[in-house]
Design a protein around this ligand. Sequence first.
Ligand SMILES: NC(=O)c1ccc[n+]([C@@H]2O[C@H](COP(=O)([O-])OP(=O)(O)OC[C@H]3O[C@@H](n4cnc5c(N)ncnc54)[C@H](OP(=O)(O)O)[C@@H]3O)[C@@H](O)[C@H]2O)c1
Length: 241
Amino acid sequence: MKTAIVTGANKGIGLATAKKLCEAGINVIGTARSQQNIDHALEHFKKETSISFQLLDLSDANSIKQFTKNISSKYSSIDILVNNAGIHLDGIWAGNNTLEVNRSVLENTFAVNFFGTVELTQQLFPLLMKSTGARIVNISSIMGSMALHIQPDSDIRHVKPFAYDASKTALNQFTIHLAHYLEGTVHAVSSVHPGWVKTDLGGEMAPLETEQGAETGVTLALEPTTTYNGKFMFGNQSLPW
Ligand SMILES: NC(=O)c1ccc[n+]([C@@H]2O[C@H](COP(=O)([O-])OP(=O)(O)OC[C@H]3O[C@@H](n4cnc5c(N)ncnc54)[C@H](OP(=O)(O)O)[C@@H]3O)[C@@H](O)[C@H]2O)c1
């Protein structure tokens, strides 16, 4: 049985991703920031489901270390890592806050969306490399696409929450660099845009439900080939970096 880790699996796209992977017969370890969130999340799973939860706060290096220690003591390999947890602290979606956004918003956003995600992946890497074909899926965003930000007729042309966008661009760069490292191996890493999804982060107006938002990430997590190593995907569409 394959084992997957899904960060931020207590709600939103992460919860839907964990459920879909369980349905596909994967043993899933979800992460959440509190026991209360774990208890609440477990209500969404049938008793017989192969899900367990561990505490993890990506903004805390000690928490990442403790999490990795717990996983390493129980598992000799990990097959799938879905780096889903993410935050948006800009306070705006439409408009452009580049000149107003302060250092703490930038630092706190990067702490989760980039630094913590990179650190976790680095620490789990030895376990992932013991898989017969590891899949690392970074849940990024179309908002991280520099190519689409400068394209005149793009949907995100005037949508510019700077901290969030820059953190997802940085995450995409992590995907590209890690993909280079994995070239020619049986392992793969990709970036995913889940779509605009109805969650606490995406808001009420979003057109997609969480089950739809989880689809691209789950497809890439279960992809048998390494075709998507170093790709940025939304459904079967390859997005520009
Ligand atoms: N929704 C969209 O339209 C959309 C579009 C593009 C990309 N995305 C990306 O999709 C991913 C999931 O977003 P979502 O919409 O499902 O958001 P969400 O419902 O707000 O869920 C975010 C998850 O991340 C966790 N998280 C927050 N801070 C954390 C930390 N310091 N350490 C560990 N986990 C932390 C949250 O835990 P708590 O419950 O404890 O806060 C929660 O489980 C994010 O990376 C987001 O950027 C979303």
